[in-house]
Write a protein that binds this ligand. Structure first.
Ligand SMILES: NC(=O)c1ccc[n+]([C@@H]2O[C@H](COP(=O)([O-])OP(=O)(O)OC[C@H]3O[C@@H](n4cnc5c(N)ncnc54)[C@H](OP(=O)(O)O)[C@@H]3O)[C@@H](O)[C@H]2O)c1
Length: 299
């Protein structure tokens, strides 16, 4: 039985669940879903940390509803900022390591190269602003914390309130022969939750603190991402580039969301290239789909 205790908050989300899967061999994992612990309740968070006495806490809980933030940002600031500050204080007081996740959306996307950690942040939507406020609040607590900014996450687990990730949406639409229109003017780095979970465990082992960019390697447009998904599942289809003016939604999106990961590489934490990660995800996805479709008794 591992003798180190890892507390995972937001454990039903795609990253939280991937972390719990990846950590079980080397940590005594204590997963907390929102039903177990609402991170916006600072008293409950402090009590749970006192009772669990973790060696490390990973906060994978977040308010991610980018569009909803534009009309009502209060929940985003409560969960992505105020709760993170309270969590930082509670971790500081017991001296445990805290890993927290942030986003490419802290940048405005106007750069002509992938963003480095020390590039000035300038969010262009309220979700990005709430996440940046959370980073700053956490830094001010003095906790032994590591902030990992990531981008374009997809994972096998989905919490009940979350919509399907981009990969699964594209597969569904292709299988339903629905028209496919995807932005070709926005660049991102698709990132596998399983790979990010493994990198997070390395970061915990090395006790890293500070801000790091943590994505799979390389970058592409969302249109190229969708095209690669369909190529890998053997369902090549024409995907119409979605003109920015025809995109729905109030939240502005950064044109370039790619993050430069060289700082993490210098600490010898490397995530695989995004196409390799996507291929690994789709192999597991295929197995899971086949198992679901297999009849329970022979026909
Ligand atoms: N998804 C992306 O493309 C992306 C991109 C960049 C950065 N990130 C960051 O990566 C991290 C992980 O994202 P993800 O994609 O794994 O998100 P996710 O699948 O939406 O999971 C977030 C989890 O947080 C939980 N949660 C929400 N409010 C909570 C609260 N008050 N107390 C406790 N738990 C709460 C949710 O529970 P319920 O389901 O019950 O609401 C959900 O299980 C987040 O910090 C996110 O900002 C994500």
């Amino acid at each position: 039985m591992p003798d180190r205790t890892l507390m995972i908050l937001g454990a039903a989300g795609q990253l939280g669940a991937a972390l719990a899967d990846a950590a079980r061999e080397t940590w005594a994992v204590r997963p907390f879903t929102r039903a177990d612990l609402d991170i916006a309740d600072a008293t409950a968070v402090r009590a749970a940390i006192a009772a669990t006495r973790p060696d490390a806490v990973v906060n994978a809980a977040a308010y991610n509803h980018v569009e909803a933030c534009e009309s009502d940002p209060a929940p985003a600031f409560a969960i992505n900022c105020t709760a993170v500050a309270a969590l930082g204080l509670a971790c500081r007081d017991i001296g445990c390591h805290l890993v927290h996740f942030s986003t490419d959306y802290v940048f405005d996307g106007l750069s002509d190269r992938p963003y480095r950690e020390d590039d000035p942040a300038h969010p262009i939507n309220l979700y990005g602003l709430s996440k940046l406020a959370g980073e700053w609040a956490l830094q001010l607590t003095g906790a032994r914390a590591c902030i990992l900014r990531t981008c374009g996450l997809y994972g096998h687990h989905r919490s009940p309130s979350a919509k399907k990730n981009f990969v699964d949406q594209i597969i569904d639409q292709a299988r339903a022969a629905a028209p496919l229109r995807v932005r070709a003017d926005l660049t991102c780095t698709p990132t596998s939750a399983a790979d990010l979970a493994r990198a997070t465990l390395q970061i915990l082992d090395r006790g890293l603190t500070g801000t790091f960019h943590a994505t799979n390697a390389g970058h592409c447009t969302w249109h190229e991402f969708a095209t690669e998904i369909l190529r890998l599942i053997g369902l090549p289809r024409d995907i119409e580039p979605l003109h920015p003016e025809r995109a729905t939604g109030k939240a502005r999106r950064p044109k370039l969301s790619a993050l430069d990961t060289s700082k993490l590489l210098r600490d010898t934490v490397a995530l695989p290239p995004w196409k390799q990660a996507l291929s690994a995800y789709l192999r597991v996805h295929q197995r899971m789909t086949n198992n679901r479709e297999r009849p329970l008794c022979p026909p």
